[in-house]
Design a protein around this ligand. Structure first.
Ligand code: NAD
Ligand code: AHE
Ligand code: ZN
Ligand code: ZN
Length: 372
């Protein structure tokens, strides 16, 4: 196979708009797969990296990690997917062989984490080039390109009946929220839940909490434009911190007669992470950090908060193992267990992708899906 041309949105530097252009894409090497991306969501993490606040951010790069696509060609030795298969790229791969995969305790496969974090394929090189100069990969996926090369262990093969322009959202946001509730927190019937931040992640947490039959779901955001959807999805209480002068954790503790069983931080704000921990019930409340905070940011609380039984934990991709478990989430969507349409507030072509970032920053979108 020859090097091909692909249309991509290139991030040339932090804080700069993406540039839509043709770049060169080398064929897949051993253990790699060429995928045609049919659609991709735009997640806040893409904006976070583009902003320059991601310690792992490298430029120039092709961002995007919430995609759905079709296998176009196989590199040497690839056996687990075939040309024509429908796939969701995984920023959390699943090799099945590393200490992490074998532990049964985590989804954080580390087989290719080091090179992935450097914007490189597992062999330490890139497949994208412009005028002979390398362009970095992103999160092992680079879905803001019509064609991309992805390691075999970073592909989940899914049911072909699933519409890729919808289930692409299971490549990050929706799975992250659903999994954080079911797999990380293990919310049980009757539990009280607080959700901080009502973007794609927070709304998926609400859906997950409804599926877990949580008794009370408190939705918190500073953008009141998010409340209607949160209610539609099943939030029982709405809180806007701007309506209060006292700390929001105090408000929630009072509302709930002592605090929540579980809270989820879905923003990436370290001050809110503290509130999310401290609104948890003394003795047992657990707070799950999902939001990604910028370089140099640190969380803090009084250790007494933990001494007195609150638990702080984190969740990446909802604790979901991509190759073995994600196809099941796609099937559950097809079976009607949850819907995705509410998330998709905007659709557009790749040429307009900078508008998707603008809409996110203006708080006007939940998810924009880019159709190629
Ligand atoms: P988003 O921008 O769509 O939503 C964020 C929401 O937080 C918005 O509704 C915004 O109004 C609200 N918000 C901002 N500041 C707030 C404050 N001080 N108090 C209350 N609400 C506030 O983002 P998203 O795509 O839903 O992503 C949310 C976060 O989750 C990001 O940090 C993203 O990087 C991270 N993320 C993590 C994972 C993971 O696996 N851990 C996966 C996906 C996304
Ligand atoms: N590069 C950042 C960390 C970014 C981060 O935490 N990413 C999440 C997924 S966000 C998806 O929208 C994740 O899965 N983290 C686990 C991992 O191995 O990256 C930094 O701070 O360096
Ligand atoms: Zn994401
Ligand atoms: Zn592994």
């Amino acid at each position: 196979m020859e090097t091909i041309k692909t249309r991509a949105a290139v991030a040339w530097g932090p804080g700069q708009p993406l540039n839509i252009e043709e770049v060169d894409l080398m064929p897949p090497r051993k253990g790699e797969v060429l995928v045609r991306i049919v659609a991709t969501g735009v997640c806040h993490t893409d904006a976070f990296t583009l902003s320059g606040n991601d310690p792992e951010g490298k430029f120039p790069a092709i961002l995007g990690h919430e995609g759905g696509g079709i296998v176009e060609a196989l590199g040497e030795g690839v056996t687990s997917v075939a040309v024509g298969d429908h796939v969701i790229p995984l920023y959390t791969p699943e090799c099945g062989e590393c200490k992490f995969c074998k532990s049964g305790k985590t989804n954080l496969c580390q087989a290719i984490r080091a090179t992935q974090g450097q914007g490189l394929m597992p062999d330490g090189t890139t497949r994208f080039f412009k005028n002979g100069k390398p362009i970095y990969h992103y999160m092992g996926t680079s879905t803001f390109s019509e064609y991309t090369v992805i390691p075999e262990i970073s592909l989940a093969k899914i049911n072909k009946k699933a519409p890729l322009e919808k289930v692409c959202l299971l490549g990050c946001g929706v799975t992250t929220g659903l999994g954080a509730v079911a797999k990380t927190a293990k919310v049980k019937e009757g539990d009280t839940v607080a959700v901080f931040g009502l973007g794609g992640i927070g709304l998926a947490v609400i859906i997950g909490a409804v599926m877990a039959k949580a008794g009370r779901i408190i939705a918190i955001d500073i953008n009141s434009g998010k409340f209607e959807i949160a209610r539609q999805l099943g939030a029982t209480d709405i809180v806007n911190p701007k309506d209060y002068t006292r700390p929001i954790q105090d408000v929630i503790i009072e509302m709930t007669g002592g605090g929540v069983d579980f809270s989820f931080e879905c923003i990436g704000n370290v001050k809110v992470m503290r509130s999310a921990l401290e609104c948890c019930h003394k003795g047992w409340g657990e707070s799950v950090i999902i939001g990604v905070a910028g370089a140099g940011e640190e969380i803090c609380t009084r250790p007494f908060q933990l001494v007195t039984g609150r638990v702080w934990r984190g969740s990446a991709f909802g604790g979901v193992k991509g190759r073995t478990e994600l196809p099941g989430y796609v099937q559950r969507y097809l079976d009607g267990e949850f819907e995705l349409d509410t998330f998709i507030t905007h659709t557009m072509g790749l040429d307009d992708i900078n508008t998707a970032f603008d809409l996110m920053h203006e708080g006007k979108s939940i998810r924009t899906v880019i159709h190629f």
